[in-house]
Write a protein that binds this ligand. Structure first.
Ligand SMILES: *[C@@H]1O[C@H](CO)[C@@H](O)[C@H](O)[C@H]1NC(C)=O
Ligand SMILES: *[C@@H]1O[C@H](CO)[C@@H](O)[C@H](O)[C@H]1NC(C)=O
Ligand SMILES: *[C@@H]1O[C@H](CO)[C@@H](O)[C@H](O)[C@H]1NC(C)=O
Ligand SMILES: *[C@@H]1O[C@H](CO)[C@@H](O)[C@H](O)[C@H]1NC(C)=O
Ligand SMILES: *[C@@H]1O[C@H](CO)[C@@H](O)[C@H](O)[C@H]1NC(C)=O
Ligand SMILES: *[C@@H]1O[C@H](CO)[C@@H](O)[C@H](O)[C@H]1NC(C)=O
Ligand SMILES: *[C@@H]1O[C@H](CO)[C@@H](O)[C@H](O)[C@H]1NC(C)=O
Ligand SMILES: *[C@@H]1O[C@H](CO)[C@@H](O)[C@H](O)[C@H]1NC(C)=O
Ligand SMILES: *[C@@H]1O[C@H](CO)[C@@H](O)[C@H](O)[C@H]1NC(C)=O
Length: 396
């Protein structure tokens, strides 16, 4: 009967459409094993060749680093690629034992100039900092390669980094530079508290980058923002040990671009030296603006200083606080922040005498000392708006 024909043809037609879209969505595979990689061997060349072929593919491609342990030297993988490209790493990749083997590369593995890139898998990028302890790295003799970053993403758009782990980097674990619309999800950073200068993720000159559902244990900042960032989000992230979540240090360079829009939400900081922090140099030429920062739903567990704006940042004797910072900080909200502080001053706001902080708000902040006593706040060159419970408070 004619009644059934349209129905059948719709089913048939949608079946073929489904099948066709399924077939065309299957990426072309480039397994490094077929490029000559062997377990425990050096995959630098095989990975390079697989990447080059995948990147030249005119259909979506997937480079595979299967389970197993491999070695790899410094590698720069670049686009532009002809179609979306994924690198799926399930194995453990070991960096060179001696960092000078990177031949002055700043980064062990970098990905640059790629649109629609995915880095996925359950693999581990092990920089082997432990085999050559951080404190023994000799960074004094213009040895640029002494503190290589584990990973870098430069000029990458519309991309996803998901699942992988970076371990025991000698320098920063991940540098994100000039990226647009990148999500870093279910990512793990793993390094001991004593690994110096090993920021988890450093993000600069980037727009719409989100770090979500991730765990960052390291010896320096959990996430740090440089200049020129817009719409950066850190959500559902656990930090500790480490130095907490930081904006800056900024102001050192007059060429720095403004930083506008940073949201940190639903995060836990455990045993870190700082919780959420903004730091700018005093007595330096930078005049960029820092605006629209929101720190919301954050749990602090035994954090030395949970909330800090420090416009006299000076970690060494090489800086001076003679003249105030020229950086204007405005629109900073601390909302629903609870937990415990190690130090007596749980809130330290040292704003610039020349550019007092504008529109700083506290809304439902409840911090106690780790021993249960009430902590203190110091608030200089700033007059925060306090809504709801605010403990400790800037008000006398
Ligand atoms: C894709 O590349 C293959 C060979 O590499 C070529 O035969 C084919 O015509 C190309 N398709 C398109 C749509 O460019
Ligand atoms: C990324 O986006 C920027 C800004 O839209 C554009 O200039 C750049 O060419 C893009 N890069 C890639 C690799 O597609
Ligand atoms: C942002 O990137 C995601 C993941 O690659 C993509 O699905 C989405 O379409 C991109 N958004 C825009 C506005 O291009
Ligand atoms: C910003 O990032 C989100 C999450 O990846 C994405 O859905 C959205 O399309 C991005 N917006 C732009 C303008 O790229
Ligand atoms: C907040 O983070 C916790 C712990 O990571 C998670 O279980 C929860 O789903 C998150 N809540 C929201 C609203 O994202
Ligand atoms: C905080 O860190 C301590 C020390 O590493 C650990 O024992 C404790 O379980 C952590 N707390 C949470 C909530 O993760
Ligand atoms: C601060 O927030 C107010 C109100 O949302 C907005 O009008 C102003 O432009 C913001 N200031 C900056 C520097 O973005
Ligand atoms: C808790 O620690 C603070 C700062 O170290 C100290 O001043 C205070 O006396 C302590 N309170 C108790 C009850 O031990
Ligand atoms: C904040 O400023 C006060 C007064 O200038 C100073 O005593 C204190 O050490 C500063 N705190 C920090 C963390 O810089």
């Amino acid at each position: 009967m004619s009644y059934y024909y349209p129905k059948l043809s719709i089913i048939t037609c949608s079946f073929f459409m489904f099948f066709a879209s399924f077939v065309s969505a299957l990426p072309k595979m480039f397994d490094i094993i077929t490029y000559g990689a062997v377990p425990n061997g050096d995959i630098t060349q095989a990975f390079t060749n697989a990447w080059n072929d995948a990147c030249a593919s005119n259909v979506s491609s997937k480079v595979m680093v299967p389970r197993g342990t491999f070695k790899m030297n410094g590698l720069r993988l670049k686009g532009h690629c002809k179609a979306p490209i994924e690198v799926k790493v399930d194995g453990t990749i070991l960096g060179p034992k001696i960092p000078s083997d990177l031949k002055k590369e700043r980064t062990w593995l970098s990905f640059s100039y790629i649109n629609s890139f995915t880095l996925s898998g359950s693999g581990i990028f092990d920089g082997q900092g432990v085999s050559h302890p951080w404190k023994e790295d000799d960074c004094t003799k213009q040895n640029e390669a002494c503190k290589p970053y584990n990973l870098a993403f430069n000029f990458i758009n519309n991309s996803i980094i998901r699942g992988v782990t970076t371990k025991d980097s000698r320098g920063f674990h991940v540098n994100v530079l000039s990226c647009n619309n990148v999500t870093i999800d279910a990512f793990t950073v793993s390094a001991p508290a004593e690994s110096i200068n090993t920021d988890g993720l450093h993000i600069s000159r980037s727009t719409n980058v989100s770090v979500i559902n991730s765990k960052i244990e390291t010896g320096d900042d959990c996430v740090s923002l440089g200049d020129g960032d817009r719409q950066i989000t850190v959500r559902n992230v656990y930090c500790g040990p480490g130095h907490g979540i930081s904006v800056g240090s900024l102001g050192g360079d007059p060429e720095e671009l403004p930083l506008d829009g940073f949201t940190v939400r639903n995060c836990t900081l455990n045993g870190t030296s700082n919780g959420v922090r903004v730091k700018t140099w005093a007595d330096k030429p930078g005049t960029m603006l820092i605006s629209n920062l929101l720190f919301e739903d954050i749990t602090m567990i035994n954090v030395q200083t949970p909330i800090i704006i420090d416009q006299e940042y000076c970690p060494s004797k090489k800086c001076s606080n003679k003249n105030p910072s020229k950086i204007q900080i405005s629109n900073v909200t601390f909302k629903n922040i609870r937990g415990t502080s190690e130090f007596e001053y749980a809130v330290v706001l040292n704003c610039s005498k020349e550019k007092p902080c504008k529109n700083v708000q506290f809304n439902n902040v409840d911090i106690k000392l780790s021993n249960g006593s009430l902590p203190l706040a110091t608030c200089i060159n700033v007059d925060p708006i306090e809504i709801g419970k605010t403990a400790p408070s800037c008000k006398p």
